[in-house]
Write a protein of this length. Sequence first.
Length: 510
Amino acid sequence: MLTLKYAVLTSLVLIFARCLFIIAKSFSSSTRHLPGPFWARFTRLWYFKRVALGGFERENIVLHRKHGPIVRLAPNMFSIDLPESVNTIYGIGSKLPKSEWYDGWKHPSPDAWTLFPDKDIKRHAQTRRVFQGLYSMSSLVSYEKYVDECADILLNRMSICSKSREPINMGHWFQCYAFDVIGNITFSKPFGFLNRGEDVSSIMRALNKVFAYSTLIGIYPSLHPYIYSVTSFLGIGGAAGRSYLIRYVKERILQRKNEREIKEEKDRGQAHGLPEDFLEKIMVKNKDAPSKVTDYHVFMMSMSNIIAGSDTTAISLSAILYHLLKYPDVMSKLRDEVDQSTNGVGHVHLSFKESLEMPYWQAVMKEALRLHPATGLPLWRNVTEGGLHLNGQFFPEGTTIGINTWTAHYNEDVFGKDATVFRPERWLEAEKEGGDRISRMNAYYFPFGLGSRTCIGRHISYLEMSKLIPLLIRNFDFELQDQENEWKTTNYWFVKQDNFDVTVRPRVAM
């Protein structure tokens, strides 16, 4: 009994001592005067709770409008809203590595890594140099046919939906499209979402679990190896979703290897007749330089395509169409431009090159992604040796800082007092005006990240968006089911739309 009392007393003393240490540290730090919510001064639990509620992108904007350009979110974590700090934190020459938050997106094994969460600046740069050609603008030409194939299927599904006149969740159909396109580009094999209209093999569900788990565990990354092991063993949560996707990608790679072996045997050593998809291109690199492009690289890059290449595009497509439906005048102007570009012919696939020559469409796309960028949490970086000065404030080594794309895109000093309004003309006006205004807007616009960590697949996403939306609005009329209210979203890193319900009918040309 005495032993138990002694253990309890010792635990209470240790907890009390720990609390005193935290309080003393919070009032002795060089960042002690920086503003933020009260409890954020002492614990990460405040930030964890707010992120867990799934709406932090909007709350982050409100916090900056209340507290200013630097806001404390946790004892050693600060959200930044300073346009002049972008290059310092994220520029090509920046030496600030990604923070431990990204560890939540890794497999706990030290040998398993992927491009997105990799904190090793040198390794990331080397990997990116090897593979960036597969995602370049020039490579998009070979991917357009895969996009067109899926767009045709979606067009057919919209025709079927238009006959019933029943409301549909357009966000769901955009995710079906984005999944099938990235599957088609990567493996020459769509997942089948569009044909079936449902979550094939629960892949969407698996990814949603991965995002929720990784977003939250990243706030306490030291717990990740232990929680991942338990949930993986039990087959639940984010670990189960990640394991399913790993198996799927490995099966596709093994299938392609078998196809290559059969082709090479038949064609006397040459794998003629195989598709020109992403997997084939990377396998060619693997065969030509196996020490530089390893089998793990083949798996890792294919896996990254699936995880990062679907939700970002689906969210962005939804953002574009949603804002067009909320602003009919913009829709009318865009349709006029699309009709002129397609000569009034409905079922015409614009080439990516042609879409780049449509200035109003480019402005519409840019403005929609400004108002609803896919990611909704700060892009966290760690301050390195020697510390860092921002806006006259010194941040010591080990401090975590980051800019949330949402706070940047809603900055009224950069985008104007009407920053909350969907107005594509702001980009055209700034371009015409030239000078400092457009430079500042472009510098503080980053829907796909910044600097050396810009999303490597962003051109593929732009390819999908550029071709699909003009095709849809040329052929169909869409109507929001709830025109009066804003849609609901859930933010677990990606700010996903929950209720993008519309009715669709064939467009009647005016």
